[in-house]
Design a protein around this ligand. Structure first.
Ligand SMILES: [Zn+2]
Length: 486
């Protein structure tokens, strides 16, 4: 049988200005061919914001268009956004598959409406600090991913110690298409050690000519080590000791260090997983002074505070570095999303086997990381847009468009004609409780356990093909995710 000439996703609402939506059909193959408006006017969310209103709205619609010779996907008057992009994940292939792997984590991504991830270089063995290592990772990932992937390169203290030709490594990695370079001012990994501020300045000099960002884990090493050692010597092993050591001041000091470096070297700096108001204010000021600063935050910093460590069920699951802060910080981060100081929401997806690495009674020994890639889109639509903290337009930008623009992932991040047909079809008229048993990453645990989100990802399309259908389990999950060179 001949393949139908084209595919059509009918009756979907897409985001327009503010909280307005457009009802459209989308014609596509592996790319978007045409976006056909079904109405002359846009629709305010408030007109369709519950099931009754939506039903009444649909009843008043003019007759619906008929298509011939097409494969039709019924969008069922759900919300359609460009496939989400998560620019900060640790999927752990190759080398740390005992925690998570690309097959599991990319399946979780598809279930979370994510069609492109940017995977970190430090949680691979070998770490992606040279083009040889990048190629080892690329062959390990072949045929293992449901979603498209870009890769971060990295610059580690190890390579400085071993006197590698860093300039050459950076040049080659940029030619090979990495998104940017990850660095740490404090690292817990022997295979990817942190940089001193002096070394970070040297690294920034190499990177700045190539117009790629340097991503920095920004917490002050001296402060954290001094305080940790003291607390441990006093026999303090609970969460309170951990958050005392890794406080807001630690983040603020590291960002101040970065601002100093940036004033000497005009490189693009991106502060990952921002957790504090103090850090946010420094970044806002740096941006106002035209330094090339950007930042991201994660759902856990927007949803939890240190009080939540008192909840014994989620306490260990919630541990990340940096840790979540206070209510004041949480509110400031939402404000940072609203005013554009924070460019996108990422997950810092980092899972493990919770029975092994999230079970210690000594909080210092508990693994830091949350496998969050599956929950980010429902979280931000539900807690951001539907609770009135963000407009729908802002929410879509924070989940997809801003990352495509910042990193230059040109075929992704929008529903414009010519872009990849990457879609997330979302039901915002129904809600669901998060249950770790239903998760698709290898490690099944989450501090969001039991929280209810009013946005359910029903279907995900990658370059025109359905990669996830919540209602109809796909016969086989085809891993046709590709490496996207930037
Ligand atoms: Zn990370």
């Amino acid at each position: 049988m001949l393949q139908p000439a084209r595919k059509i996703l009918t009756n979907v609402f897409i985001s327009a200005e503010g909280n307005k939506l457009k009802l459209v059909d989308i014609i596509f193959d592996d790319r978007i061919k045409q976006v056909v408006p079904l109405l002359n006017s846009q629709t305010e969310w408030s007109e369709i914001s519950n099931k009754e209103k939506l039903k009444a709205f649909i009843e008043k619609l003019p007759p619906i268009s008929q298509y011939r010779n097409s494969k039709i996907y019924d969008g069922n008057f759900l919300f359609l956004m460009p496939g989400a992009i998560d620019p900060h994940v640790h999927f752990n292939t190759p080398g740390f598959e005992f925690r998570d792997d690309f097959k599991h984590a990319s399946t979780a991504a598809a279930y979370g409406g994510v069609t492109t991830v940017i995977d970190m270089p430090c949680t691979s063995i070998p770490p992606v600090t040279s083009v040889e290592n990048l190629n080892i990772k690329l062959s390990a990932l072949e045929g293992k991913s449901l979603v498209d992937y870009c890769l971060w390169g990295g610059i580690s203290g190890n390579d400085f110690d071993e006197q590698k030709d860093l300039k050459m490594q950076v040049d080659e990695l940029v030619k090979a298409g990495v998104a940017g370079f990850k660095t740490y001012l404090i690292s817990g990994m022997d295979s990817f050690r942190d940089l001193t501020p002096e070394r970070l300045l040297i690294a920034a000099e190499y990177v700045k000519e190539l117009n790629k960002p340097i991503a920095v884990h920004a917490e002050d090493k001296n402060r954290i080590n001094t305080r940790s050692q003291k607390l441990i010597a006093n026999g303090e092993t609970g969460w309170k000791a951990f958050v005392k050591a890794r406080d807001s001041e630690a983040e603020a000091r590291a960002i101040s260090t970065l601002i100093e470096i940036a004033s000497k070297c005009d490189c693009r700096f991106h502060i990952v997983h921002l957790s504090s108001k103090a850090g946010l204010e420094l970044i806002r000021k740096a941006k106002a002074e035209a330094l090339k600063f950007s930042t991201e935050t994660c759902p856990h910093y927007l949803a939890f505070t240190q009080n939540d460590f008192n909840d014994k069920i989620i306490s260990n699951y919630l541990k990340t570095s940096p840790p979540v802060k206070t209510d004041v910080d949480k509110k400031a981060l939402w404000e940072g999303l609203r005013d554009g100081t924070i460019s996108f929401v990422t997950t810092d997806h980092a899972g493990c086997n919770p029975a092994v690495e999230k079970s210690s009674k000594n909080f210092w020994e508990v693994y830091s990381g949350i496998p969050g890639v599956e929950h980010r889109v429902p979280f931000l639509l539900s807690e951001g847009f539907l609770k009135g903290r963000l407009t729908l337009e802002q929410t879509v930008k924070l989940l997809s468009t801003n990352a495509s623009e910042y990193f230059g992932i040109v075929d992704k991040g929008s529903l414009d004609v010519g872009k990849d047909a990457d879609f997330a079809l979302i039901n915002m008229w129904s809600s669901e409780k998060i249950k770790s048993n239903n998760m698709h990453s290898k490690g099944k645990y989450t501090p969001f356990e039991g929280r209810e989100f009013s946005a359910i990802v029903e279907q995900t399309f990658l370059r025109g093909r359905v990669i996830m259908d919540r209602r109809n389990e796909l016969e086989e999950q085809v891993c046709f995710g590709e490496y996207i060179k930037i």
